[in-house]
Write a protein that binds this ligand. Structure first.
Ligand code: UDP
Length: 258
């Protein structure tokens, strides 16, 4: 790997300075964390799978006109993305009750919600990413009302796209988290989808069996975490059919890997 400047190291990714101004290299690690960093593990091959799955999803979003930070995949673990100013919010869209909403509001796990529900969490590990309202967001200037509207509209478009994409391969999109960044072009600013969209940030349940195919396997100690991610990748067509079972590591379709 060429020597280059590290900008930031997060829980599952490292960001390096990109080759041109306005770009960043996003490196996907195998590290998994949950419960605000209290639980940690290295899941061999996870980073490779998330790099590919996120690439596939971001490319699909671009194709339907949802702007994202994704430019191109560079190799097994890295992608070139646009440099953005991250909005300090995690935007969660829920279609079925699971995780924190089931606990907080006493809704039965797996129950269909009356409509898709959008929630905002303040990105702050020290505080454990608390749920916040639009009042908090505007009062503390994390985003303005126009940006909140834009994020909600974009999040719903992402939800429609992902729900259809996953339903087509027999997977229920229960909920997911998305992050947005501000991209500045001269006087103009626009919000684009940033970070990653992968089984680390979605709840994905097999429509037939109800099997969990996402990071909850890690949170709940269900085992076979990367196998489940690999199956998601395989169904999406990111991995070759014939090479996707019984492998110890992920097998990639493209041969232009570094
Ligand atoms: N999520 C995430 N990062 C976080 C918190 C949540 O990607 O820091 C995702 C999570 O995987 C799920 C959705 O957001 O798909 C909703 O998560 P929830 O609020 O239920 O929190 P959890 O119970 O997973 O902590």
């Amino acid at each position: 790997m060429a020597r280059r400047k590290q900008i930031y190291e997060g829980k599952a990714k490292i960001l390096f300075e990109g080759p041109e101004p306005g770009t960043i290299i996003q490196y996907f690690k195998d590290d998994a964390t949950a419960f605000n960093n209290q639980k940690k593990a290295v899941l061999e091959g996870k980073g490779v799978l998330n790099n590919r799955i996120s690439e596939f999803i971001m490319t699909g979003l671009e194709r339907i006109g949802v702007p994202t930070h994704f430019i191109r995949r560079l190799n097994m673990r890295e992608q070139l993305v646009r440099h953005v100013e991250i909005v300090p919010l995690e935007v969660v869209v829920r279609n079925y009750a699971a995780g924190s909403i089931a606990k907080r509001l006493g809704v039965e796990e797996g129950a269909a919600l009356p409509r898709s529900i959008i929630e905002f969490y303040f990105k702050n590990d020290d505080l454990g990413d608390p749920l916040v309202s639009e009042e908090h967001i505007t009062a503390f200037n994390w985003a303005n009302p126009q940006e909140i509207d834009d994020m909600m509209a974009l999040a719903l478009r992402v939800n429609d796209f992902l729900s259809g994409l996953f339903a087509g391969v027999g997977i229920r999109l229960v909920d997911f988290k998305v992050e947005f960044g501000r991209q500045y072009e001269g006087e103009m600013m626009r919000l684009i989808v940033a970070d990653e969209i992968s089984p680390d940030s979605c709840r994905l349940w097999d429509m037939e069996t109800g099997d969990i195919m996402d990071k909850d396997r890690f949170r709940k100690d269900l085992g076979d975490v990367t196998d489940a991610y690999r199956e998601v990748a395989r169904r999406l067509g990111v991995l070759r059919e014939t090479e996707s079972s019984g492998q110890t590591g992920p097998v990639l379709v493209s041969d232009n890997e570094k």
